[in-house]
Every structure is written in structure tokens, then in C-alpha cells.
Design a protein around this ligand. Structure first.
Ligand SMILES: [Zn+2]
Length: 436
């Protein structure tokens, strides 16, 4: 029998061996990249910080080897191939605009990361993790959407669905996501200056889809030039100087910004500076002390995320602007005592995301119809694989693929649509197997 503690030693020895090999052989870095090393790190973290007691080390080692050979290596190869096809396909796209009354000068889309709305006080969480958003809400500046779920529970599949007409029902069509028209080409054709500013990786196994979108934009900038294998990430505040520099140069009549944050992604403690280390493990609910430590760090990351969103809002306070914040997916922070993180087979915590709209005073004063349209959508059941329809509706831009029944903001919205991902349906706050 092997306990979690003796497993730590086993992993420490493996990590040492890998470090020594890396020091001697630069090519091995590429091999490890293809093997999707971060997933192994995730597995390691799950073991270290879960109450799991592993009874058969050999069985576990075989499982990891099986995972590597049957899933990770083919996946890496597939993604490298796909990456090339994405660029060829996107370049070949032709855009037809059928209706364009867009005139909002500043539309800012904050793409959040791994944020479970059940940890936000504006969604009823019992700790004050979103004081700035709460203030905006109390002042009547903010619309909080109560029933939004993500279209997938990992960054790449979620981003594929958010910014193209590809949606979950199309999964079995055999037509890849990048053959569907993307938002950025449409916005450009409709007269928007598009910009992608990011505190996420430039490229790497988790960053290729956002990178492909960034390349479709008129302007793109990243806080650092790192890839997935680099362990040092910047705090989200590093995106603010990029935004300031872009706004200082800005002379366009219509602007669409995506601000891609690291948000509340693992490693939670690395997401916020010391002054946001407010919530303590002893305030948390999990029974296992290490799990409480993770929950506290997550809540602090949510608190810092609230601060970052406020910093962005302040930069548009005197402009005619709309800010839309949506997380790519949620996160399970030992909600049910066992799972940490997010993955391909999500649970309800990984689907339940925050979705918020802030409108500037100028925007509110000049666009009462828009305000009404947004307010009416507040409690509609939405899945973000239809986000492109909602965004085009807000901006009053239509293409042949646009369907008002799929737009969160349309009176035509089809609230009866089943929100299905893989073999589960999200219904009444639960994830239900389709066979039921
Ligand atoms: Zn993500």
C-alpha cells in the first residue's frame, strides 16, 4: 500500500530525474512539450492536495503511461496539425455582412479564466469576494446574468465555441471549428478596429486557439512572450499598461477589444499579490486542511479579479462604452470534497460562469433601447457556445449565419434549447446524464 505521502517522494525523485535530463539535453524540452507535461503536473497536484490514498502505485504508473501513449501524444500531434490548418482556413474566409447599424465606439470583451461564479459575492457567495462589482451593481451600472454556462470546460474548446458559429450541436458534423466564420473577421468587415490584449501565453498547448484569434485582429499584444512550458506568469495588472498604450494611440471610430486574463486559473496563489491575501484557510468550508488552503487562495484570486475588472471599467468611465465580462469556464475547488481544477469532463462547478455587462453613463444616456434589451436578458438560460450571436446582436451586425433565436439579447431567444455538452445536459442547476 502506498500513501499520498510516499507518492510525494516517488514524484520528487521523478521530478529530480527530469530536471537533470533537462539540464543536459535541450531537445528533451520539445519532447516534454509534445507529451503535455503540464497535465502530469496537474495529476501530481491532485495527488498532493487531495485526500486520496493510492493503494497500488504500479497500477497508477500504468495508467499514466496509458494516458500518455493513447491520449496525450495523439492529441499533441493532432493539435500541431490543426494549428496549420487553422491559419490556412481563416485566411481563406470571405465575410458577408447583411445588416450593419453598429455605432458603439468602445466594446470591451473581458475574457475571464477558470472562474466559478459560486465564489463571487455578487452571485450570493458568503464571503465578500467582489466588492467593486457589488458597488457597481448597487449603483445600477452593472447587469449580472444569472444563468450562463460555458460551452465547454477547458480554455481551447470553450474559445473555439465562443468566437465562431461552431456550437455543441455541431460537434458530430465532422466539420472542424475553424471552418466556421469567426467574430473578428466579421467585426473588421463591419468597420471595427479589433484588438487582442492578453496576459495568457502567446502559444503552446493551451494557447493556440486564442493565438489564432489574436492573429485575426488589427492589433495584438501580450504581456510576455512565454509559452505553456514557462512557469513564470504575470499578474493580470500587467495587461493595464498595454491597454493604456493602445488607448493613447487610438483614433478609430469603432473599437472592439478582447482583454484575455489569467483570472483565477491554477496555481491560484500565483494569481494575486500579497495585499490581496485576505481570506484565510480557517474561513473555508472543506474538511481537509490542504483543501481549505486551496479554497482560500481561490477566493483571494477572485478578489483580485474583481479589482482588475474595476481597473478596466475605470478606464472607460468617461467614454461611450460597453464592457462584457465572461469567463471561459468555471472551476471546481473541492466543492464536493474531491475534485480540484477543470478538465474535459466538467461538472456543474466547471460550467457555471459569471457573465456581466457594465455600461458607461454616456452609453446609458444615449442608448435606452440597448439598456432595455440587455436588462431583459438577465435571467435567460444561456450557453456561451452561442456567444457570437449575442455579441453581433448587441452590436447590430448581421451575417447570413446570424440567428436571433440563438442570441441572449433577442426577444426571439429560444429559452427551450437544451444545454448539452458531450453526454450531459445542464438543467435546473445540475448536470444530468443524457440517458436519464
Ligand atoms: Zn480556461
Amino acid at each position: 500500500m502506498m500513501t499520498a505521502k510516499s507518492f510525494d517522494k516517488f514524484y520528487a525523485a521523478v521530478a529530480d530525474g527530469v530536471a537533470r535530463l533537462l539540464a543536459d539535453n535541450k531537445n528533451l524540452v520539445c519532447v516534454l512539450l509534445a507529451l503535455n507535461l503540464p497535465l502530469f503536473v496537474h495529476v501530481y497536484l491532485m495527488i498532493e492536495y487531495s485526500p486520496l490514498v493510492v493503494t497500488d502505485a504500479v497500477l497508477f504508473a500504468l495508467m499514466v503511461a496509458k494516458l500518455a501513449t493513447e491520449i496525450l501524444i495523439p492529441r499533441a500531434v493532432k493539435e500541431i496539425r490543426e494549428y496549420r490548418e487553422v491559419y490556412d482556413n481563416l485566411d481563406a474566409a470571405t465575410i458577408e455582412i447583411t445588416h450593419n447599424e453598429s455605432n458603439l465606439p468602445f466594446v470591451i470583451f473581458i475574457l475571464g479564466e477558470s472562474t466559478n461564479r459560486n465564489h463571487m459575492s455578487i452571485y450570493g457567495y458568503d464571503k465578500p469576494t467582489t466588492p467593486n462589482l457589488q458597488r457597481r451593481l448597487d449603483a445600477g451600472d452593472l447587469i449580472v446574468f444569472g444563468d450562463c454556462v460555458s460551452g465547454a470546460t477547458e480554455t481551447m474548446p470553450s474559445c473555439q465555441r465562443m468566437f465562431t458559429f461552431y456550437r455543441n450541436e455541431m460537434h458530430d458534423d465532422g466539420r472542424p471549428w475553424y471552418t466556421y466564420t469567426n467574430l473578428f473577421d466579421i467585426l473588421k468587415a463591419a468597420g471595427y478596429h479589433t484588438a487582442w490584449l492578453s496576459n495568457q501565453e502567446v502559444t503552446g498547448i493551451y494557447g493556440n486557439v486564442p493565438r489564432a484569434y489574436a492573429n485575426r485582429c488589427d492589433e495584438k499584444n501580450f504581456t510576455t512572450l512565454h509559452d505553456t512550458e514557462t512557469t513564470v506568469y504575470e499578474l493580470d495588472e500587467k495587461i493595464l499598461p498595454l491597454l493604456d498604450a493602445s488607448l493613447a494611440e487610438n483614433s478609430y471610430a469603432k473599437n472592439f477589444y478582447v482583454l484575455h486574463l489569467l483570472g483565477t486559473h491554477m496555481n491560484y496563489r500565483a494569481r494575486y499579490p500579497d495585499e490581496f491575501d485576505v481570506f484565510r484557510p480557517e474561513d473555508e468550508s472543506a474538511e481537509v486542511p490542504l483543501q481549505r488552503k486551496y479554497q482560500a487562495a481561490y477566493d483571494n484570486a477572485v478578489l483580485y479579479n474583481d479589482f482588475i475588472v474595476e481597473q478596466i471599467i475605470e478606464r472607460f468611465a468617461d467614454k461611450d462604452a460597453l464592457i462584457f465580462y465572461v469567463a471561459d469556464h468555471g472551476e471546481n475547488v473541492f466543492e464536493d470534497g474531491e475534485i480540484l481544477g477543470h478538465g474535459p469532463y466538467g461538472d456543474k462547478w466547471q460550467f457555471e460562469i459569471p457573465a456581466l455587462i457594465w455600461l458607461s453613463d454616456k452609453c446609458k444616456a444615449t442608448r435606452p433601447d440597448l439598456c432595455e434589451k440587455i436588462a431583459a436578458a438577465q435571467n435567460r438560460p444561456f450557453m456561451t457556445d452561442d456567444l457570437i450571436h449575442a455579441l453581433l446582436d448587441l452590436l447590430e451586425i448581421h451575417t447570413p449565419e446570424f440567428d436571433s433565436r440563438k442570441s441572449l439579447f433577442s426577444p426571439d431567444f429560444d429559452a427551450t434549447r437544451k444545454r448539452i455538452y458531450k453526454d450531459h445536459e445542464y438543467r435546473d442547476g445540475q448536470l444530468i446524464p443524457l440517458s436519464n
